[in-house]
Ligand binder design. Sequence first.
Ligand code: GLA
Length: 730
Amino acid sequence: MSIRYLEQTKTFMLDTKSTTYQMKVDHLGYLMHTYYGETISDDDLSYLYIPADRGFSGNPYEAETDRTYSLDTLPQEFSSNGVGDCRKTSIEVLNADGSVAFAGTYKAHNIYTGKNKLEGLPSTFPGSEEVETLEITLEDAITNLQVILSYSVFEDEDVITRSVKVVNASTSAVKLNKIMSATIDFLHSDFDFIHFDGRHVMERNLTRTPVAYGVNSIESVRGTSSHQHNPFAILCDPKADEDHGDCYGFAFVYSGNFLCEVEKDQFSKTRISMGINPRNFCYLLGAGEEFQAPEVVMSFSANGFAKLSHQYHDMFRGHLITSKFVDQPRPVVINSWEAAYFDFDEDKLLHIAESSVDMGVDMFVLDDGWFGKRDNDLSGLGDWFVNTKKVKSGISGFADKINALGLKFGLWVEPEMVSEDSDLYRAHPDWAIKIKGRRPTRARHQLLLDFSRKDVCDYIIDALNTIIDSANIDYIKWDFNRNLTDVWSHALPAEQQGEVFHRYVLGLYRVFDEVILTHPDIIFCGCSGGGGRFDAGILYYSPQIWTSDNTDAINRLSIQYGTSFAYPVNTMEAHVSVCPNHQTFRTTPIDTRGIVAMGGVLGYEFDSTKLTPAEKEVCKTQIGIYKKDYDVIGNGDYYRLTAPDDNNHFMGWQFVSKDGKKAIASVVITEYEPNGAQRFLRLKGLEADAIYYIEELERKVSGRVLMKAGIPLSLILFQYDAIQYHLEKM
Ligand code: GLA
């Protein structure tokens, strides 16, 4: 039993393999957070919190003369608002009488085997594992507004998921202005806050700061999870590193605006909350209506970041990604974007495809430019019919020609967008997101379709299913190349305009349900100008996401490093592209580009007709290695051996197969030192007493030596050179 309720102390104990989460209903009915960390058996840890009479922290009326009881200091699972707790809130609601009060106290709970799907939202699922769920209902005794807190326990993964449903059990409408899916109050603030920040073509750089007084937060208000901040965060011991220390992870299963706030309060306690960003959010909840907030996946490791990452990787691969391809080797693609951009016709594409065959690729992906009047990014979006001036055989005929070469066929789409110069926009100008009477912000010259509208989503579902079913398509790259601005819907009344951001995401998920989930034999690849929507919500539908528009091998090292904290390696699509690189103008050896791209889902993106025979041979070898070792790379455990700011002149990472028999370690020289020091690559995740044969060194070495002393890096590895070591346990 992973969930227990101890009646005598009114304590809930949630146990995973190595962690415990504990809560308690206190004497006034408030739900206290009492513990989260390594497994414990102690009941009722509420004694750890010492109630005290704190000046200017008021006392609820029902505490009578007890000046030590205050919601302003009590460690809670879900905060109240407007009735004494002045910290950041879990909920903000405008009641029918204009008040903002919400004070949720325990009403009921329910424990069941299994886990319900969250309505309209992607969420984790039990799979073959037995999962238990606890639902606790808190109710405001005056307004009758209820929140149902859900906790599901994934024992083997050391994961607990949380979500919240708001139920308006009153007789009048309320406005929901904020609803956080998970809140935890810790009694101390000895934490670093780690998050993954960036920008277009440079996503998910790790930021680590001590939790300081006030509020530290990351967020998106761009309508997507964003390039700028990823909806994944870690709170950890300031001394935590890859192998040591307590760390708590929080991943949001949502692809729209989010907020993660960490508050260090006046008494040096920490409150962390994660949920939909309240900025520009206001949901009208009629009497009897419910609002389902998305899920947060929480995990704890007492042994540093590597273990935390393994827990997330196993959780996402086993209980989030619905695609049947999740544990299968993915086809190696050659993509037309950096090969041809908009400048192609069918013959040019066929030449590229043809000349890629002997490299050993599996699939040709036709990127942007094949539809409507799409010769540049000024026009065409929304017109999802083939441009036969460019692709004379049509999509079906072209796919057949690609298939005849022995390759599978993939296609790019950007269904959420519309160009003003398109038949769709001319027919339905009100389908674009823009504020009536105001000229909209353009981005990449394009506007967004209003996915908060059912009719727009229905149209797109139909248009996409028509193209997809018209040809032999095995892969769809689903792109999204701007953010949401000027958000307003023609289809909603003024008092519901605050719902558009969220309704957009719900509309998108419905389209995914109707297009992606109805085509289980097609691989869908998420994309948003590279990695602008790399989140757990997208992974529910797509087993892989284009990690970044930056294909430079050296920049990719830190992008893939940051991404790997939460997301499995076989979700990060990574392509070998041409040099000088189109984003950075840097030249790196083709071996290095291949080794870096094998730190993700390997693919290619260049004009293969321009490769020398020797370069093609290198690609062929890369693909051979990737396929042979796919199980180690894609389904194994991933170890970061260095960090981008370690300043040790190289970056290293490693895969270990789940059965421990094979390992692959990779190194890239990021800064060559002339006549420099001898450097060592210390491996991880091996058995100390086992002996490993290292193919490249033709040598047998013990796991202990490999982990303590490491592999000496050759002195003839120069700037941007790379090497892979293949290890086999004897
Ligand atoms: C985005 C994608 C690229 C490519 C272009 C096409 O930027 O990330 O990979 O598909 O759009 O316009």
